[in-house]
Design a protein. Sequence first.
Length: 223
Amino acid sequence: MAIIQFPDPRTASPEGIVAIGGDLHPESVLAAYRQGIFPWPVEKLPLLWFSPAERGVLDFAELHVPRSLRHAPARRHLTFSLDRDFPAVIRACADTPRPGQHGTWITPAVVTAYCRLHEMGIVHSVEAWRGGVLVGGAYGVDVDGAFAAESMFHRHPNASKLALLHLIGHLRSRGLDWLDVQTLTPHMGRLGARLVPRESFLERLTRTRARGLRLFAPRPGAA
């Protein structure tokens, strides 16, 4: 598997496509995120790599937690963890139906690649538990101290939203002050996320990576 040499993301097509083809070799995936690019498999097409003209970001200083979520009954019944069961989280995200979306971009190849990246200490998960049962969670990529959120799922009301807030609290405690959410969903918009131009996002990513933040403890035996 050859590591992909990506072009400057500023050369992306109007649709945000930076490159076409290649595979999900861990070093290629990490190289992409370091340049503000992410893979998005599309059925029956070669692998697509994106850097959209506008990027969704959530500044923690602008985080808005709706009252309904602050006082959600689930808060009293759920416990949260980090990296306790990453494979279960990504598989649950893959199996979760999305409104207006047929199938999932989280293909078996994505699951395999991101599980490997998790073993390398690059991809991380947050889990929500109720009575020892996994009922929600999210995962994302640690890009040298910046963090790109990838996907969420829930099997209990508000479980994924509360898991995300737990993750944000952890990232804040490690010195991070924003989150890459890639595309702006209604839920992320309600939390205070907004779209920024690609150039602004890339500059912010570079500045954050230069800070050298350690967002997670090293995994034992991480390669």
